[in-house]
Design a protein around this ligand. Structure first.
Ligand code: IVH
Length: 665
């Protein structure tokens, strides 16, 4: 095959895979194969640079930095939306529409209101030629080079498309990407972003598109601008479908609803999913579905009369800071926590907010009795954004972390260069003890069901347990005598304790609560050292040779096994009967499943989930809890449910238990 022909073939194939991956969420080939195609195309283009075209899939890398953005005038202005902040405003909106259209019931398309920034994409003859920000609605900035680095925006349209097509939509940063970006920024001492919206705006408005290319931006389309042909569908929902067929991404959550009740139902549904959505939204948008009706309604100043944004309640609220309490964590970290006058923030009552550490309190000049703004973002612990200084009263009191631990009175020290302060009490500190015990019994550790926080607090205060080994000598009598415990519950707890004795080496290591040894490090250590004796003898130097184990973790591990207290507890645990299957070490090159991601679901009959998990990990595989595009295999036991369905939709390889066991062999 001639080189131009081969190049052409590769581009068609890569574009097709992009479409399946980004637009249909249904990849057809593994990432490695896709990377292979890209590499082949890149190599051919390097050899024949004259064959490179602007829409080649290789052209997503950044270009030379600009000194200034040029201006783009929008052929059709980019409008904004009117807002409704409560149901009454929404009913008023619907009433106006019904009167204007003389229609009793109106059909709407309900969409998530994405929290990013609006852009307009112009395609000429199917090729992306210009991308512009909204600017003042009439005139925006030319951000074409930057937009080209956004992976789910097609550089070339599919199928039969109009000569000219302008697509409007939102560029935004998914929550996961935002968190990761901020971590990276922090690691290089660069500025972090306050929220995903700011991060998206900051990333898109970079003069150097090479920077934009490293930012996890994504795009959904929600409207059209200029289109050269007029035979477009006559409903908004069909236009969205048409955009998807041309290769443009649209939000999966879009839905056709009937009447204002349909809108309200959608609102509740999305509001309840809000935290679980992979991106931030600040409300939903309702748009009249019928384009003819849209035309009758027309526009009012800068917004269409046929659409409205129904905003979610603010995720920020102001309240009074009543007091500052100090919490002692498992490793002695002392965290100041603000006690607040309860306030509703985005549908949730908030009465506490983390203050992180003394530096944070000083930097924001937070004082007891201040009026503060609290913010709740997703599932994270609420935070204090700032103090309303103008409302500060004369009884405001500054706060300084105590020099003695509130739980054990030991000295609190702050290690140089660390923001956290720690209690030095170690095992004698009841707060640390209680947290350490809670960690020991937690689901990912020894998984002792029924030994909850309340019970542990009682056991610690009554001096019935001091360390994890004591759990295994608890008696029926001791348990049944406690508050809210009876014979039956005592039996259940003892049964759960007994059951926990059979575990895995990795879980056991994690349960010990060695600083810096989380689940994944525990796994690595277990597979590398296979037993306690070997791990016990490991030196800091040896530990540091292991990928993923840094100097701090290495020091903590060695330090942990040097403490006689710890060794005694471990010995007692082993005498109590804690056991795990022996780990047969497999050499690196026998890690045949390295780089593969598995998800386990349903009930396995021939082995426990844990056994399956550790067998996979020994062969180098990653075991994840959720199905995603990155999943390679789903192992489906009996009664598998939604994960199985999701895997089918994503065309992930599904293994029955027998096939899975065969594979392990
Ligand atoms: S439609 C003609 N749909 O909200 C109507 N806008 O407050 C133009 N936005 O500038 C906008 N999600 O940046 C529309 N599903 C959605 C949206 C959406 C987010 C943003 C957009 C717009 C702003 C108006």
């Amino acid at each position: 095959m001639s080189i131009p022909k081969k190049i052409q073939q590769l581009r068609v194939s890569i574009n097709e895979h992009n479409y399946h991956y980004y637009i249909l969420d249904d990849p057809k080939i593994p990432d490695s194969e896709y990377d292979g195609l890209m590499k082949e195309l890149l190599e051919l283009e390097i050899k024949s640079p004259e064959l490179i075209t602007v829409d080649s899939p290789t052209q997503r890398v950044g270009a030379d930095p600009l000194s200034i953005f040029t201006e783009v005038t929008h052929t059709i202005p980019m409008l904004s939306l009117s807002n409704a902040f409560d149901e009454q405003e929404l009913h008023d909106f619907a009433k106006r529409l019904q009167e204007n259209l003389s229609a009793a019931i109106i059909e709407y398309v309900a969409e998530p209101k994405l929290d990013g920034l609006a852009v307009s994409l112009r395609y000429e003859n199917g090729i992306l030629v210009t991308a512009a920000t909204r600017g003042n609605g009439y005139c925006g900035e030319n951000v074409t080079q930057n937009v080209k680095t956004i992976n789910n925006i097609p550089l070339r349209l599919r199928g039969k498309y109009p000569e000219i097509l302008e697509v409007r939509g939102e560029v935004f940063m998914p929550k996961a990407g935002f968190i990761k970006l901020n971590q990276q920024q922090e690691a290089k001492d660069a500025k972090t972003f306050a929220n995903p919206r700011n991060a998206a705006a900051g990333s898109l408005r970079q003069l150097d598109s090479n920077i934009t290319a490293t930012r996890p931006l994504t795009f959904y389309s929600y409207a059209i601008g200029t289109v050269s042909e007029i035979n477009l569908p006559d409903t908004h929902s069909e236009i969205l479908q048409q955009l998807q067929q041309w290769g443009l991404p649209i939000a999966k959550q879009n839905q056709v609803v009937t009447g204002i009740n349909g809108c309200l139902q959608y609102y509740q549904q999305i509001l309840s999913q809000r935290n679980a959505l992979p991106f931030e939204i600040d409300g939903v948008v309702y748009k009249v579905n019928n384009i003819e009706q849209q035309e009758i309604l027309g526009f009012i100043s800068k917004a269409p009369r046929w659409a409205i944004a129904h905003k979610f309640p603010a995720q920020e609220a102001s309240t009074k800071l009543l007091d500052i309490e100090v919490q002692v964590g498992r490793t002695g970290a002392i965290t100041p926590v603000a006690k607040l006058a309860p306030v509703n923030v985005g549908g949730v009552t908030v009465s506490h907010a983390t203050l992180h550490n003394q530096d944070e309190i000083d930097r924001k000049d937070i004082r007891i009795n201040d009026t503060v703004i609290v913010r709740r973002a997703g599932d994270v612990i609420p935070e204090i954004v700032k103090v309303l200084i103008e409302k500060r009263s004369s009884d405001s009191q500054s706060f300084i972390l105590p020099e003695q631990c509130p739980a054990c009175n030991s000295d609190v020290v702050r290690v140089k260069e660390e923001a956290v302060a720690r209690c030095t009490g170690g095992l004698i500190c009841p707060a640390q003890r209680q947290q350490a015990l809670q960690h020991f019994v937690s689901r990912q550790a020894m998984d002792i069901d029924g030994l909850g926080k309340q019970l542990i607090v009682q056991l610690v205060t009554n001096n019935l347990i001091n360390n994890p080994a004591d759990i295994y000598s608890l008696t029926h009598k001791q348990l049944a005598g406690l508050e809210r415990m009876g014979d039956k519950s005592a039996d259940n707890v003892l049964l759960a304790i007994e059951k926990s004795k059979t575990t895995t080496f990795a879980r056991f290591l994690y349960a010990l609560g060695i600083r810096e040894v989380g689940e994944s490090t525990a796994n690595i250590l277990a597979n590398k050292f296979t037993n306690l004796d070997k791990l016990n003898q490991a030196t800091e130097h040896e530990l540091q040779q292991i990928m993923d184990i840094g100097p701090v973790a290495a020091k903590n591990i060695v330090n942990f096994f040097q403490q006689t207290n710890n060794i005694n507890v471990i010995e007692r645990l082993q005498i109590a009967g804690i056991n795990w299957p022996e780990i047969v070490n497999i050499l690196q090159d026998e890690q045949i499943l390295a780089g593969k991601t598995f998800v386990l679901t349903g009930t396995l009959l021939q082995m426990s989930r844990n056994e399956a998990k550790s067998s996979l990990q020994k062969l180098g595989a990653k075991v994840s809890n959720n199905i995603s595009k990155k999943t390679d295999f789903l192992v489906a036991g009996e009664n598998a449910g939604s994960k199985l369905e999701k895997a089918r939709n994503l065309a992930i390889i599904i293994l029955a238990e027998a096939e899975f066991i065969e594979m392990l062999k």
